[in-house]
Design a binder for this molecule. Structure first.
Ligand SMILES: [Zn+2]
Length: 151
């Protein structure tokens, strides 16, 4: 993952427990039917992941991220869009996983394509902007590029 480094501030919309997150995942599933989404709620792992399994291209969201106090619906939506971008973003490719798009490309795709497609242009851009802020505060190790995205 790659998160834009910016201080945590601004909007954070709480999402309900598993039910609210399930409906968020469902929106992505409907928008991108080629991807298999799932929610692994019973874990403290605060992460999301793109991977390829016997089912094909998969995106998994972990419960520790879904329950995190500093992560609202914006951050969760961005995480889902970023992971989807690893599958659908195209080149440049990830240096270690040739079947996935690079970290930067996955985030660019999330902002330019993924979030607007799921939420519409206005909400999609807002989710991208605030979602990046929320995630940047949490995973500073994933910040590899100081350039702001054009949101
Ligand atoms: Zn990533």
């Amino acid at each position: 993952m790659i998160w834009y480094p910016k201080k945590m501030s601004g909007q954070l919309t709480r999402i309900g427990p598993a039910a609210g997150l399930t409906s968020l995942v469902k929106r992505f599933q409907e928008a991108f039917p080629a991807i298999h989404y799932d929610l692994f709620w019973e874990t403290r792992l605060a992460n999301a992941q793109a991977f390829i399994s016997g089912l094909g291209r998969c995106v998994r969201l972990y419960g520790g991220l879904g329950r995190h106090r500093e992560i609202g619906v914006e951050g969760l939506a961005f995480a889902l869009a970023h992971e989807t971008g690893h599958h659908l973003g195209g080149p440049p490719r990830h240096p270690f996983y040739a079947s996935l798009s690079s970290e930067r490309r996955a985030s660019e795709w999330a902002l330019s394509t993924g979030l607007p497609e799921v939420f519409g242009s206005t909400v999609g851009h807002r989710y991208g902007y605030y979602g990046l802020m929320q995630l940047a505060g949490m995973w500073p190790r994933h910040v590899v590029d100081p350039e702001p995205f054009d949101v």
